[in-house]
Design a binder for this molecule. Structure first.
Ligand code: SAM
Length: 496
């Protein structure tokens, strides 16, 4: 086997001077996919995003990036009404897995962050809980003053960016509750659910709010760095918040079906928890690492939403939850690097991927993926333009170009592997948004669809959400005042 000399992704791009300041390649690509870009009025924000579905059942943990389970139902009913095997390689809190499982599918998920993995595990545990024991435990715990159980073995191990997130009294209650759960709750499943209830309310009882790329600090914390005062509104008392959350969990699990609002403080609660057989399997780790180990031609439907290239840093946004789960600074840093590159801090994963494919005796696959990435002309065009802007000092962060390259490089591997594991006749539905940097549109939808077609998939639709059909780069003009497309792409693997 001949192995090429290691190069970074930036060195491996065929840069052409003629691409600088041109929209040509993006317009060619737009023309290729124009007839597939269709506005689907069924896909409004309420159907697609978790945020639009705040009231839905089982949304115990506010995962802002999650999509709604109704979207998954809609996609399954539209494309694959017969149950089979579903995969979501970016599972988050498992919306696609649970929705598919409820429709009788076997669902496989991959999620890198312990936050989503813990949420999925907790929800699975909740479905399998012994209601009698739960009733007894709840009756018992409501008598407690949690701070009395404070045990320094269970202190909240803050990360630098979460330090001071709770008032002293709130933190004492939180740690007391955690200590109580570990020391006095002997049933593993019930302990997990009670701890999960605390995990779900960390933001509510803290001085922080998850905003954009970082945690935003309320001025009352004394830690606020912003010039402007920020007041997040009510900071909930730990005890009220945790019981409210437990109440919500029990209410969703009970077969009373929202008819009666359960009151945890009533001694006569006698709940029947619905038991469900689960057919959900989740792997914790990076899909770049795990997908290549999946069998060929085995999956019927892939429904997924990768991170968008928008500099959103999950490891900072969910720092409180990562700290709660015991992640150290080092672990958080390595999770940040393992994530699909969507922050300016992410470094190139080319060497890691090359070694991985060599180790699996699949070096020719590596070369095919690597060259598909290099030959995607619209991508190279926009990367060259942005690189020029970088040199001219027009980007507000010099690593934006690296992030964009790395994102597409990694997505090229993901799409290759998804194509490989999909059965002929199988379907992929991917939710993603286009982005723009320094006024330059990056048509993520058609670039990824072009990767998919290079690997043998067919694009059936690029469904746009929002007001209507998205614009081409040309129509947008150089400083894109028009709407950027937010899409669900539907790709199919032809039957041989
Ligand atoms: C847009 S969110 C998907 C949310 C999901 N659809 C849901 O309903 O919860 C993208 C997810 O991909 C995860 N992720 C990022 N990089 C990953 C990787 N390399 N492997 C697996 N998961 C990854 C993130 O932690 C995040 O949960």
């Amino acid at each position: 086997m001949t192995i090429t000399k290691h190069t970074s992704i930036s060195q491996s791009i065929n840069r052409s001077e003629s691409t600088v300041n041109s929209l040509e390649q993006r317009n060619v690509l737009y023309e290729k996919f124009r007839s597939k870009i269709i506005h689907n009025p069924c896909l409004d924000r309420t159907l697609v995003s978790f945020q639009g579905n705040k009231e839905s059942k089982f949304s115990w943990f506010k995962y802002r990036e999650g999509f709604s389970e109704k979207l998954v139902q809609y996609l399954i009913e539209t494309f694959k009404p017969q149950p089979g095997i579903l995969l979501d390689p970016f599972s988050g809190v498992g919306s696609s897995l649970f929705a598919a499982s409820n429709l009788g599918w076997d669902a496989f998920g991959i999620e890198l962050l312990p936050v989503g993995y813990f949420a999925i595990q907790a929800r699975l545990t909740a479905q399998d809980i012994n209601s009698k024991i739960l009733n007894i435990v709840i009756a018992e715990i409501k008598k407690n003053n949690f701070s009395d159980y404070y045990d320094s073995n269970f202190v909240f191990k803050h990360l630098a960016i979460t330090s001071g997130a709770f008032s002293e009294s709130q933190e004492a209650e939180l740690v007391g509750y955690i200590s109580y759960c570990h020391q006095h709750i002997t049933d593993d499943k019930i302990r997990k659910i009670l701890l999960y209830a605390a995990f779900c309310i960390l933001e509510d009882i803290s001085y922080t709010r998850k905003d954009g790329q970082y945690l935003r600090w309320d001025t009352r914390s004394g830690r606020s760095k912003g010039k402007k005062e920020f007041n997040k509104g009510e900071i909930f008392n730990f005890r009220d918040a945790v019981f409210k959350k437990i109440n919500q969990i029990i209410s969703d699990l009970s077969n009373i079906n929202n008819v009666v609002q359960l009151d945890l403080f009533n001694d006569n609660i006698n709940l029947q928890i619905t038991h469900k057989k689960n057919n959900i399997h989740v792997y914790q780790g990076s899909c770049l690492d795990i997908l290549p180990k999946f069998k060929n031609n085995n999956i019927d439907f892939i429904i997924t939403s990768p991170p968008y290239i928008n500099r959103y840093d999950y490891t900072r946004t969910y720092a409180l939850e990562l700290a709660f789960l015991g992640c150290s600074e080092e672990e958080v840093k390595s999770l940040r690097q393992a994530m699909l590159s969507c922050t300016v801090e992410n470094r190139d994963k080319r060497i890691f991927l090359e070694k991985l494919y060599i180790g699996m005796n699949r070096y020719s696959d590596f070369i095919e993926i690597d060259s598909t990435f290099k030959n995607q002309a619209a991508l190279q065009e926009v990367v060259a333009i942005l690189d020029n802007y970088r040199v001219e000092g027009k980007l507000n962060n010099i690593n934006i170009v690296r992030m964009i390259r790395n994102y597409f490089y990694e997505m090229c591997f993901v799409i290759y592997e998804l194509t490989r594991v999909l059965k002929p006749g199988g379907v992929i539905a991917m939710v993603n948004d286009n982005v723009q940097y320094a006024g330059e549109e990056i048509p993520v939808d058609i670039i990824l669809s072009d990767f998919a077609e290079s690997f043998g998939l067919m694009t059936r639709y690029i469904w746009t959400l929002g007001r209507g059909k998205g614009n081409s780069s040309q129509q947008m003009g150089n400083h894109g005042r028009s709407e950027l497309r937010k899409c669900v792409y539907i790709w199919e693997k032809p039957v041989l």
